[in-house]
Design a protein around this ligand. Structure first.
Ligand code: ZN
Length: 113
């Protein structure tokens, strides 16, 4: 049941993201440091670092499950990308814990009854 819910959530991500790939690739060559949550690209790692700590970014992180559900953010992309950087958690992986806790709350309510 849990996996089915996640799959249905992920399948809501619009496939038209593929059409944006040529544009994204052009940006990537100039600005390889990317925040996939906010869909922003930076030319320097330090600038991305500042962005990742910004209120604007944290606000988006807080609404992540909402953004994934609406298709605004691609759950299969890592949160941030940088050349030679370590493999980051995907946005989907960040969304899952909150989904799990929601389900646990539901289960808890059922246990009371
Ligand atoms: Zn961001």
């Amino acid at each position: 049941m849990f996996n089915f819910q996640v799959l249905s959530l992920l399948s809501k991500v619009p496939k038209n993201d593929i059409n944006e790939c040529p544009t994204t690739t052009t940006i990537t060559t100039k600005k390889p440091y990317k925040c996939n949550v906010c869909r922003l690209s930076y030319g320097q790692g330090s600038t991305l670092d500042i962005h990742l700590r910004s209120v604007a970014h944290q606000t988006r992180i807080g609404r992540l499950s909402e953004l994934v559900a609406s298709g605004e953010v691609d759950a299969f992309l890592p949160v941030s990308e940088q050349p030679g950087g370590i493999t980051q958690k995907t946005i989907g992986e960040l969304v899952l814990p909150s989904t799990t806790s929601e389900l646990e709350k539901v289960r808890f309510v059922f246990e009371i009854f």
